[in-house]
Write a protein of this length. Sequence first.
Length: 600
Amino acid sequence: MRQHRLRHFALTLTLTLALTLLAATACTSVQEPEETTDLRAGDSAVSDIDTADLVIAPDVEERLARFTPTDVEADLSALSDEDRRVLALLVEASRHLDPVFLRQVDAGNPAMERATRPWLGADASAEQRAAREYFELNYGPWDRLDEMEPFLGVGDLGALEHPESAGYYPEDVTAEEVEAWIEAHPEDEAAMTSTVTLIRRDGDALVAVPYSEAFAEHLEPAAAKLHEAAEATSNESLARFLAARADAFLSDDYYESDMAWMDLDAPVEVTIGPYETYEDGMFGYKAAFESFVTVDLPAESAALARYKDELPWLERNLPIPDEHKNFDRGTESPIRVVDEVYTAGDARAGVQTLAFNLPNDERVREAKGSKKVLLRNVMRAKYDKILTPIAERVLAAEELPELSFDAYFNFVLHHELSHGLGPGRITVNGEETEVRLELKELYSTLEEAKADVMGAYDILALIDKGEMPQELRATLPATYLAGLFRSVRFGLGEAHGRGVAAQFNYLLDKGALAVDDDGRFRVVNDTFPGAIRDLAHDILMLQAAGDYPGTEEFLDRWGRATPELTAAVARLEDVPVDIRPRYPSAPGVDPRPGVTAPGE
Ligand code: ZN
């Protein structure tokens, strides 16, 4: 059980202001028990934070500069006028989700949004302007790149802590209190743990408020735009999804529209609704609204569908004994390659997504599998703006011509496909269990490392089989190596960084990588494939055995910040950490996230 942290910037405001804020988020019980409670998350009556009281982290401009503004352009040349009209309506619908997500992140966000609005004006200082833009980028005053550290707030920033309850639960509630309430009121359990409700106080009670009610002010106009788009398209699968999803915004029942999303077959591919639950740091129940408006790239999708057919062969080809291979996994999941036209909400916040796999509803997954969506133009943008400058700083000069976007794209694809290969359900001491349950908190670190290594291993195997082009044999290793550096800079001390460091140090030890006198790295082509195979074997066997102590030993031994690695990462300081997307292909939209509700 994680400890809920009470401290939060709103609690440092004056009592009067705090009361007003609490009232707006329905927490009226303690002070004014008999007052009518407005359970909606609407907040037009919330009083403001005084702009003059705001404190800005002194390094806010450097924080913002870690994200490089980038035009993410989509090829719309194949679209009909009808498709373009649908696209424009979907962008409009998406913009209503920005204010929803802003409120899901933190109930105090609307007041903060208003207080920082003057900083968009011409007489704002560079620091104020940066603070406002960083607020928009993070959808709140919490730095997503630095473990939700505050960069903006009232009072001593060092004393403020991001609430695990986000905007989903009453600010002063503890996980224990929520659990105790559910224990005492089992009839409320489904609603309280639902992915599409907020928890609020109503007098002494905890109540679940459906999203459709809490966010009606924004979801109703979004639904109207989706209906308009459904009527504008002649594509039946798209019309069915959009109409069903519009209804779900108002009914909170997303099942049918998730099913319809799996069947989408249209030039305009859209993912819009409440999906990921990471923002709920208290329980991981509540889903955040987001939107990916994209256009399908049919030729690329068809080319990749071929690799999906290779999954049974790739499972057989795993470098482990047959008894540990998993031939029961479904291979039905479709793959789509798309160009991103516009994003909103969770999808737009912080570090940008390269690929996703949805929906999360297990009932839909059982019936139809899940869909993998790869965002080609986002990959291209990151390849140009981040991977290439990284390679220029840490790879030996003669490796640079080997860098290739095609290799990077295929590597990301096969990383994703690899999550569906290898041990999943396993037997340990005669008991049926899962790798995830046995490896506990080390699981995701090892699983991500597995997907990286297997991604490279599978591409090399498919080249040998004649299914992938020969030139990848030269371009893949250098591109993979540059990719390791891209990931490791998210922090050598952190889970994912540790898994990346493990790959790096293992390959260095096996002679698959070498360091030049100037500290730059090169691939040793003769030994690289064998070392990748050995590393894949070692990781897969830890998973097959559900070997927790072995995994710990493996990560302790290899996942270290060695002097070579630390020195290399130090050379990357001036390379941006991520892109900050602008969407020139989306006609007539504000380039900044729409944290202000349309029309406001
Ligand atoms: Zn992964």
